[in-house]
Every structure is written in structure tokens, then in C-alpha cells.
Design a protein around this ligand. Sequence first.
Ligand code: ZN
Length: 381
Amino acid sequence: MIKLIQNIDVYAPEHLGLKDVLVINDKIVKITDAGSIPQITFLSDAVVIDGTDKILTPGFIDCHVHILGGGGEGGFANRTPEATMEGLTKFGVTTVVGCLGTDGIGRDMCALVAKAKGLNEQGMTAYCYTGSYQIPVRTLTDSITKDIMMIQEIIGTGEIAISDHRSSQPTFEEFVRVAADTRLGGILSGKAGIINVHLGDGSGCMELIDRVIDETEIPASQFLPTHVNRNEMLFCKTIKYALKGGAVDFTGNEDIDYWETVRDEVRVCYGMKRMLEAGVNPHRITISSDGQGSLPVYNEKGEFQGMGVGQSSSLLKEVRECVNKAQIPLETALSAITSNPAEILCLKRKGRILEGYDADLCILDQDLQLTDVIVRGKRVH
Ligand code: ZN
């Protein structure tokens, strides 16, 4: 299967300018100046895509999705449905990292790994974290370290909840043991061994993570805390942590109007701008959707209307906001959903338009609207 994307403005996510990109089977094989690869239509199965006035980006990586569904916090009727490949790729997501959530009983690690395997078999790329909100972590094998070493799809632990009324209220010793076991699993398997931490609204904020960094040999780079933009106080603390080398994950919202109604939550685009202005390394910032999680829906009077379900559409919407509202360069905004999560999570051959990398690609128009999605060399939308 050969695809030639001609004369397209490439953001790799660095801006490379007008290029021709040759894809053979599931890999990016050649990237050259526009016009330098001749038409290959004489090959019977070759597809030529005219990229004039279009933008080519790496496929998006959504690094925090409840792929088995989430919710259930108001009882069984509030459980949300599983993610589907179609539901992810139609928003440009070609790689997903799945997690459980509050509920690690009604959904377990067997089901989570099986779901990730299913998405991989369907043609996209899926990884997952071992565990749920709770400590002790309920693993698939007999330990966190073994899960990460021996189960291909498992790349770390998460989402472990801290500073949240739904967490296990872990002690420092319990939390640091999880971090150490996860780090060891990463070291022994060549994976990232990241601890994905759910930050709640509690006054403890980042305290447990800060103590691990200050009191042990475990570095800040071992953690990827999520929901950093949950409230102003927490956000300010995460800036300090990011300045020590930690990575931070913003939670996007697919309903961009939602940001007009929030009081204490930090709008992703302005939060990212503030991080960059504070001197945070732009490669240490990610945006994820918290997809398939339950989202309370309110009417204009602020009355609870029921539960919605998060979707990965938020990734590109937040990137557009970063560019249009916060004047963040497109390549910087894009890196938060492509090369940054790939680097932080050590996802090999992902997140960049580079020769030898997987052919996970999105084509956008000039208004940054998605027009085509290519997943491991196959055009799916
Ligand atoms: Zn969470």
C-alpha cells in the first residue's frame, strides 16, 4: 500500500514547510521538498493525496481516556460506555492511553488490557496504565513491576488519585512504594514507567508528589499528573512542579463554551500560555480529553441536567483555542497532543512526522478543521 501526500504544509510538529510525504504500508518512508517525488499513479494500488492548502500533522495522542467507560459515581446507572476506534479516530486520535478510574471493581485490569488489545487489533494504537484511583493497586499479575515488564500494553500506573475524596487517602509510604515499583518496571522493560496521578480538589494539592521528589531519589520526570487546570490554587502549584522538570497534563473540554462559565478552573489555552511564560519547558506539557469519563451537564440556570460523556474532540478544539485565543504557535500547541506525550510516555515511533515513524497522520484545512485521518497507513476518515 503506497500513499503519496503532495505539496502539503507539514507540522512535524515543528513547521517544516511544503513537503511531499511518502507512506508505504504503515510507515512514513520519505519526506522531501514539495514536487520532488514524481507521481506514482502507475503503481496500481498507489494513492495520491493533493495536499495543496492543507496542513499535515502527526496523528493525535490522547494520553488519558477511560477506554472501558467511566463514571458510576452516582450508582450503576451512571456508568458511561466504552470507547470505540471510530469514536477516537474521527477526532484525529490515532494513539490512546487507557485507564480505569474511580471504579476498579466493576471494571478491572483484565478487561482494560483486553480492550487495549482489541483497539490494537482494529488498527489503531492503544496502551494502558495498571491500577485505578486506589492504593493498593489491583494489578493484572502479582505486582506493578511485573505488569509493566510483562504486559506489552501496560506502560505505567494510573490514574492514582490523590487530594480527592474518592481516593484511598494514601499515606506517603504507600504512595512512594507505588512510584518506586512503577519506576522499576519502566527501567526493566525500556518503558516510561510513568505514574499518572489524578489530582483532586483537596487542599493537599501536589503535596505527595512534591515529597517524593524532595525526599527520595525518584525524579519529577517519573510523574504525569493530570487535571492540573482543575482550580487556580492547584494550577499555581503545578507550575512550580513543572519548573522542577515534571510533566503536566491539562484536561480539555469538548464544549469550548464551557470555559466561559467556569470560575476557578483554568482554561486550557490560557493555562498553557501562563506555563510557557513562567518558563516551563514546552516539551513537558500535554493535553488529554479524560474521554469516556462522566461530565455533569448543567442548564443556563446552573441546574444539574444529567451526565454527559467526554470525547476526544477536545484535543483539536483546545489546540485551536491555544492558537486563536492565546496566540501560542501552532507547532507548540500541537506538540501537546503529539510529540510531547510520545516522548514523556516513551511511545516508540509515535507523535512525529519523521522517516521510519508510524504513518499516523491528520490532514487539516487552514481553519485547523480535520479533513482526513490516516491510522498506521490506512485512511479511515
Ligand atoms: Zn481523573
